[in-house]
Design a protein around this ligand. Structure first.
Ligand code: ASP
Length: 305
């Protein structure tokens, strides 16, 4: 399963705009199918799917990341292996094309789970990640959005109330992937530029294990999107896993209970995708839309907006 964010997507005025998003979902899913069919692992699949979405500038991750209050890109990403519960995360990172690949290196080296800011940047350089200039990220669309966000919200998130965050032009666009492979291993990945015009140094839910991402072979793999603070306060990805672990729910039932929980506790804005240990796919969201796609048990490729 993959997602490309939740929100109102009010800026998508034409069918052509919508098709761009759906095309990104569909080609990423087909790529994921190929990796899994040729015996690739769930972990490799989610890393590669998230990387493809990071490379597509329509999504708010990698090349298409939104800008913070300083007009700069600060990205967060995490990847988790459901077999071992090993994970890697990076936060507040710039000038890297694929933060999810850096998170995977953090996971693979195993010494730490999360690196942030300048430390993550130094680690990236030491592992020969290419330094991407600012112009790689500053697309005309993101600059225009940033200017608009500053008009509505003022300087930083302080001026933004709930209404403006969920306003009709607002979309979150984070990317995520969850997969289950032939061996029954689960994995999850989430990558984002965060929220447009966010405060310098703000970190959202995406790189936080249990909030925006989680995977455990005994339960499910989850990737969330939306207003990160809502998902951090409800630890939603781990809450969904716990519903399966401790209440013996299946994935779709946990998704229904989980979205009610998010709403009841914090009136949460966003959604998630989930694959359970049996390979059942589920998603739920509280925003007007969430772009997502899935291939269940090797079946048809389906995408929904
Ligand atoms: N959850 C992300 C964050 O708060 C944003 C998103 O999902 O688009 O950083």
């Amino acid at each position: 399963m993959v997602h490309g964010g939740a929100g109102d997507f009010g800026s998508l005025k034409t069918d052509r705009d919508t098709l761009r998003y759906l095309e990104g979902m569909r080609s990423t899913l087909e790529h994921g199918r190929q990796i899994l069919q040729s015996g690739g692992s769930a972990l490799e699949t989610v890393e590669q799917c998230a990387s493809l979405l990071e490379d597509d500038p329509v999504f708010n991750a990698g090349a298409g990341s939104v800008l913070n209050e300083d007009g700069k890109v600060e990205m967060d990403a995490a990847i988790m292996c459901g077999e071992t519960l090993h994970a890697g995360a990076v936060a507040g990172i710039g000038n890297i094309a694929n933060p999810i690949q850096l998170a995977r290196v953090v996971l693979a080296e195993g010494e730490h789970v999360m690196l942030i800011g300048a430390g993550a940047q130094r680690f990236a350089a030491s592992r020969n990640f290419e330094y991407m200039p600012d112009r790689y990220f500053l697309t005309p669309m993101r600059l225009a959005e940033w200017e608009q966000a500053r008009l509505i919200q003022g300087n930083g998130l302080e001026g933004a109330d709930a209404a403006s965050l969920s306003g009709s032009e607002n979309k979150y666009g984070t990317v995520g992937a969850v997969a289950r492979d032939r061996l029954g291993n689960l994995a999850a990945a989430t990558s984002t530029g965060g929220i447009a015009n966010k405060r310098y140094g703000r970190v959202g839910d995406s790189p936080i294990l249990g909030a925006g991402v989680y995977a455990d072979n005994e339960t499910c793999a989850v990737s969330c999107t939306g207003v990160g603070e809502d998902f951090m306060r409800t630890v939603l990805a781990k809450t969904l896993s716990d519903m399966i672990e401790f209440k013996s729910l299946d994935g779709p039932a946990a998704a229904r209970e989980g979205i009610d929980y998010l709403m009841r506790k914090v009136k949460g804005r966003g959604g998630f995708i989930l694959i359970d240990k049996q390979g059942r796919c589920a998603s739920a969201f509280t925003t007007r839309k969430m772009i997502r796609g899935w291939i269940e048990q090797g079946g048809e490729t389906l995408c929904q907006f």
